[in-house]
Design a protein around this ligand. Structure first.
Ligand SMILES: [Mg+2]
Length: 409
């Protein structure tokens, strides 16, 4: 009989939305929490070994009672869908292991049992009486521990590393991810993000099932919905000139604030710390190939809008922001639905998409301008949009705005 795959889940940051040691430290007060947080960041950046982090953190946790260990464990939030995912994986004939280099062994075993996994392994922690003695041990408390354990477990099953799937978020798993046949990053930090075959961001793990057997299922409907959501965000920009008309400075300040918050949320996502709300919006709109790097579209979009408001008279800003908001969206959606013949000088854009852009741009410009400037700006912006630029959110409104200024519109 053919054996299924050996699927290894990291615990902290993957099954647990948070880190167990961080929660445990928070129980001890703010200073302890901040110190552990700092150590975790150094670890995530690859600056500190797992041995050092565990030693320092557990030393500080000396005296914590067994009751507290259980209490904090029971309060941990689990990623949505984990039980269902494990159940489905087992139905498909795979073996599921939860392996942690941070959480005490007895807790990981308990969780594995509750979630229906085949096995769970954690680190050994020392006790004096009913409280932590501050010492840690066991193979998993070393940086080579996970690899050694998986090697032994797969040897027993007579399967090789190519049958191993690793699902993880932090650099302690990089060496096993490199050896495994498949690796998946979940809300991963930058180092894991670069290595993983697939990436999942967000609060729900069910997407994982698409990646385990036979690679990614191309999901055209999901891609189309993503594109539609992106464009809805775009279309909102069309309302900005009205707000600016009512209250100019507050609108500019609000947009700038939004831009900064978005940039921070993106940095959080790339480091495996998704920001609530903002983070979920970005994740819902992101294309699969964007998950490894900073998504700059919204930043350039906000910059394009802010610069248009600051540089051009109100009616010019209105036209160029509308073109950016509406014509660009129309071009993308029409281009996606009809596809059709590509432009001769830019194969990634279609004739029909550019035509849709031009028509919507005309609609926006003729509403506010006299015929000659209106037609000119529609032509110029359609040309700018059709160029093979990676991002036209700034060049499009600024280029069109400058042309209108020249025409004395
Ligand atoms: Mg982890």
């Amino acid at each position: 009989m053919r054996q299924g795959k050996f699927i290894v889940f990291d615990l902290d940051g993957v099954i647990f939305r948070d880190h167990y040691l961080l929660r445990l430290s928070r129980n001890q007060g703010l200073y302890s929490y901040l110190r552990t947080y700092h150590l975790c960041i150094l670890f995530d950046l690859g600056r500190l070994s797992i041995e050092r982090v565990l030693e320092e953190v557990y030393k500080a946790l000396r005296g914590t009672s067994l009751n507290t260990l259980w209490k904090v464990y029971k309060e941990m939030t689990l990623i949505a869908g984990i039980k269902e995912v494990i159940q489905k994986l087992k139905e498909r004939g795979h073996t599921v292991a939860i392996i942690s280099s941070g959480v005490p062994d007895f807790l990981v075993r308990d969780l594995a049992f509750k979630l229906g996994a085949d096995m769970g392994f954690g680190i050994d922690v020392g006790f004096s009486g009913d409280s932590l003695s501050g010492t840690v041990g066991g193979d998993l408390s070393t940086s080579t521990g996970k690899a050694a354990l998986i090697k032994e477990l797969t040897r027993q099953r007579d399967i090789g590393w190519e049958e191993v799937v690793v699902i993880a978020d932090d650099p302690n798993n990089i060496s096993i991810m490199e050896q495994a046949g498949l690796s998946i990053g979940v809300n991963a930090g930058l180092l894991v993000r670069k290595k993983a075959d697939y990436l999942i961001d967000g609060k729900d793990l069910r997407e994982l099932l698409n990646y385990i057997d036979g690679g990614e299922v191309a999901d055209q409907k999901r891609e189309f919905l993503q594109e539609l959501r992106r464009k809805l965000v775009h279309i909102w920009a069309g309302a900005v000139p009205f707000f600016a008309n009512v209250a100019f400075s507050p609108t500019v300040i609000f947009l700038t604030l939004l831009l900064v918050l978005y940039a921070l949320s993106e940095l959080g996502r790339l480091n495996g710390r998704p920001v609530p709300l903002f983070g979920s919006v970005t994740t819902a709109c992101m294309r699969i190939d964007e998950r490894r790097s900073l998504v700059t579209g919204p930043i350039t979009m906000a910059l394009g809008v802010i610069m248009s408001l600051l540089l051009f008279p109100a009616h010019v800003a209105l036209v160029v922001i509308w073109i950016l908001a509406f014509a660009d969206s129309a071009a993308t959606i029409v281009g996606k639905v009809w596809k059709g013949r590509p432009l001769p000088y830019n194969r990634s854009k279609s004739v029909v998409g550019t035509l849709a852009f031009f028509l919507v741009a005309c609609f926006c410009s003729f509403l506010c301008l006299s015929p000659i400037p209106a037609l000119s700006v529609a032509l110029v912006s359609s040309f700018l949009e059709s160029l093979p630029l990676r991002d036209d959110n700034i060049s499009l409104p600024l280029g069109s705005g400058i042309v209108l200024m020249f025409l004395g519109a």
